[in-house]
Design a protein around this ligand. Structure first.
Ligand SMILES: NC(=O)c1ccc[n+]([C@@H]2O[C@H](COP(=O)([O-])OP(=O)(O)OC[C@H]3O[C@@H](n4cnc5c(N)ncnc54)[C@H](O)[C@@H]3O)[C@@H](O)[C@H]2O)c1
Length: 246
């Protein structure tokens, strides 16, 4: 088990399926948690469920697509905890939209949350990140392969991979930057996909099941830990083998 006592996690999109598991994992390992989400009431309630006293977990509103929200949330994190050790960008939007009738607004909304949001949050965090800190951006298998009906999402996630590698060069040797690419993980985000193609996708997956949010969370914790001290600019896939099999 890793010991994150005295460390501070900043996590975006923190009221989601995977992200709640990340917050719980880090909290249980001893970290203080700054949890942000568009869903302000939801993320505040979730933070309270982790820590009713509010001394080690706080929930804040942050629309990932707005640079000012990233700056405000970081300012609040600084006031409360003085620094950040681990930054995890988890906010994501995954909508079924064919490109032939995709509107400008739909394109920009998905790119705004999944790509611009990573830029805004990482940029705002840099002055606060403590030496030896770690950034993990949540990308997706879609960013490596492409994804039918998700051109905007796959484009954003592919860019997050190259963004992470480029940032790793800029922040070395003080801060490590990596990405995690989940495959099919059982959360609300992929319910429409599971309803349409769940059984066939599970059959195609060598490990014959969906991933669980905790399995992504454990990978993120590993990348933030000292056990990953020589890993930067890399991506770890968490997909039960679906990527190599399909
Ligand atoms: N679930 C999967 O199978 C899967 C696969 C690959 C990648 N991912 C990625 O993992 C991350 C977490 O996904 P999840 O499955 O937990 O999703 P989820 O839908 O359960 O949670 C997403 C969270 O993002 C928040 N959010 C939406 N728009 C936002 C905005 N504008 N600003 C801030 N927060 C916003 C939502 O309120 C929600 O709490 C996402 O980046 C997603 O793209 C998930």
């Amino acid at each position: 088990m890793f010991d994150f006592s005295g460390k501070v996690l900043f996590l975006t999109g923190a009221n989601g399926g995977i992200t709640r598991a990340i917050a719980k994992t880090f909290f249980e390992l001893g970290a203080s948690c700054v949890l942000t989400d568009l869903d302000e009431d939801g993320v505040r309630d979730f933070a309270k469920s982790l820590d009713a006293s509010g001394s080690r977990a706080i929930g804040l509103r942050q629309d990932a697509a707005k640079s000012g929200d990233a700056d405000n949330a970081m300012a609040e994190a600084k006031d409360r905890f003085g620094k950040i050790d681990y930054l995890v960008t988890g906010a994501g939007l995954y909508r079924d939209q064919m490109i032939h009738d995709m509107t400008d607004a739909q394109w920009h909304q998905t790119i705004g949350i999944n790509l611009d949001g990573v830029f805004y949050t990482c940029r705002a965090a840099i002055p606060l990140l403590a030496e030896g800190g770690s950034i993990v951006n949540i990308a997706s298998m879609a960013g490596h392969r492409g994804s039918f009906m998700h051109t905007h999402y796959a484009s954003a996630k592919g860019a997050v991979l190259t963004f992470s590698r480029s940032l790793a060069l800029e922040l070395a040797p003080r801060i490590r930057v990596n990405a995690v690419s989940p495959g099919l993980i059982e959360t609300p985000l992929v319910q429409p996909l599971l309803a349409a193609r769940g059984p066939s996708l599970i059959e195609l997956t060598p490990l014959k099941r969906l991933g669980q949010p905790e399995e992504v969370a454990h990978t993120v914790a590993y990348l933030c830990s000292d056990w990953a001290s020589f890993i930067t600019g890399e991506t770890i896939h968490v997909n039960g083998g679906l990527y190599i099999a399909s």
